[in-house]
Design a protein around this ligand. Structure first.
Ligand SMILES: Nc1nc2c(ncn2[C@@H]2O[C@H](COP(=O)(O)OP(=O)(O)OP(=O)(O)O)[C@@H](O)[C@H]2O)c(=O)[nH]1
Ligand SMILES: [Mg+2]
Length: 271
């Protein structure tokens, strides 16, 4: 039986670590177990302790001091060091079998856009350690509802999808921050985005010079089938449960588990 790994990705501050913790607490309420594998060398302690922690392998501060690198360069150095020491990760991962391992990743976007470290680690997990992996990509709802930012967010999610070549679930995080003062209908437009529709509102505000570029990006997002985003409110177990059922389905953790349909419009109101 393959082991389930969830890579939690997304820009800095998108809510990745909070999401990891909300999965753990939700799993506890439903009698399942999961472990957090911290891959962020700059991580701070969170509600649940890390079962595996990259900081036990290498310290960001030491790298900055000894190699005179800045925070970003040191972080990338730590990640490359991990890639060159996958036997350490292998040993740490031991034999967690039927429990989820949730890989809380750093927010440096370059790790998902042009540095091939994460894909190498993912491939190692799949081919050598028999993991069934799913990537979850978080984008903050308050950021995305500005249609011009929607496209940049969608493009960063797409580059992670292309780089990692993993089953992928896009998540709009911090929905609670917008759901009250934001029309539900409009929110749905971002959960199941129709990029060409979003284009109209972007073009209203953008310099006409960029209209052709916007249209190309909108078509790219449309053709790529960015499909939908699932809404996440970390403190709302319902939203965590729905996302978890999708991850179960994608990783076939529970054979044939039907993913719960995302809440109907009316149900979003209750969230
Ligand atoms: N309102 C609201 N705030 C949230 C939610 N999830 C996370 N936050 C807040 O967003 C901030 C960043 O959350 P983190 O979980 O640390 O984000 P992260 O993506 O792990 O950040 P980095 O590790 O720095 O990349 C914190 O202040 C959280 O409390 C949410 O669902 N709703
Ligand atoms: Mg974090």
């Amino acid at each position: 039986m393959s082991r389930v790994g969830v890579l939690v990705l997304g820009p800095a501050g998108a809510g990745k670590s909070t999401f990891c913790n909300s999965i753990i607490s939700h799993m506890q309420t439903i009698g399942r177990r999961a472990h957090i594998v911290n891959l962020d060398p700059a991580a701070e302690a969170t509600q649940y302790e890390f079962t595996i922690d990259i900081r036990d392998l290498i310290s960001l501060d030491d790298v900055m001091e000894e190699l005179h690198l800045g925070p970003n360069g040191s972080l990338i150095y730590c990640f490359e060091y991990l890639m060159n020491n996958l036997d350490w990760l292998e040993e740490e991962l031991g034999d967690y079998n039927d429990e989820y391992l949730i890989f809380d990743c750093p927010g440096q976007i370059e790790l998902y856009t042009h540095i091939p470290v994460l894909p190498a680690i993912a491939r190692h997990l799949q081919t050598q350690l028999n993991f069934s992996l799913c990537a979850t990509y978080l984008l903050e709802a308050p950021f995305v509802i500005d249609s011009s930012k929607f496209f940049s967010g969608a493009l960063s999610a797409m580059s992670a999808m292309i780089l990692l070549e993993l089953p992928h679930i896009n998540i709009l995080s911090k929905i609670d921050q917008i759901k009250d003062d934001y029309s539900k209908k409009k929110l749905k437009r971002y959960l199941n985005p129709d990029p060409t529709l979003l284009l109209d509102s972007t073009n209203e505000t953008w310099n006409p010079r960029f209209q052709k570029l916007n249209k190309t990006i909108a078509n790219l997002v449309d053709d790529f089938g960015m499909v939908q985003f699932l809404p996440l409110e970390a403190k709302n177990p319902e939203s965590v449960a729905t996302i978890l059922s999708y991850i179960d389905d994608v990783t076939q953790w529970a054979e044939g588990q039907e993913p719960k349909e995302p809440k109907e419009q009316t149900e979003i109101e209750d969230m």
